[in-house]
Design a protein around this ligand. Sequence first.
Ligand SMILES: O=C(O)CCC(=O)C(=O)O
Ligand SMILES: [Fe+2]
Length: 200
Amino acid sequence: MKQAGLFDAGGTRILLDDVSGKITLTPDLIDAQTAARWFRALHDGIVWKSGRRVMYEREVDVPRLRAHFRTDDPALPDVLQQALGRVRAAFGAPFDSIGLNLYRDQHDSVAPHNDKLADIIRGQPIVLLSLGATRTMTIRGKQPPRHVLRVDLDAGSALLMSWETQLHYDHAILKQRAPIGPRISLAFRVREAGKTGDGS
Ligand SMILES: O=C(O)CCC(=O)C(=O)O
Ligand SMILES: [Fe+2]
């Protein structure tokens, strides 16, 4: 990974920009007060779902809560409508799917994975908007030397991962020892028409 730490004109940090794709972090896409308000509204207002998944041949709880909306859903919460407007304007992609993750505390996590490309329109990026407590994302190359990038995702920040990066890197939010409050992420994606999965 090269060029970590460069900034573009808008204050966006370019964490990666090479043949393997592009990853950028925009620190203050949403101001702190708005981010706090959105966090509260979503935390209290969304019907959060726990999931089960098979791991090591046992069924276990997905270690976080989730929700999903298509953007044309008449029941799209107002906060998500506003967030969609901001993210579409900032990144210029026709996002039509919003996956929500709630990490209740330091024990919640998402295991290393790449987002499923089968149901994302080829070439379209994924944007993760963070609200609430700061968690660290670990982004690791799939191939040796498996370089690792650690990015603190503060409230109001937006991390963009280009489509190609999902072929070459896994990303994760690992459990941590230090106690931490809840964090919500909004994952904006451009899906094939008709696909509704919340697939990460
Ligand atoms: O919470 C995050 O920022 C990452 C979530 C994620 O990787 C996913 O939903 O696929
Ligand atoms: Fe993901």
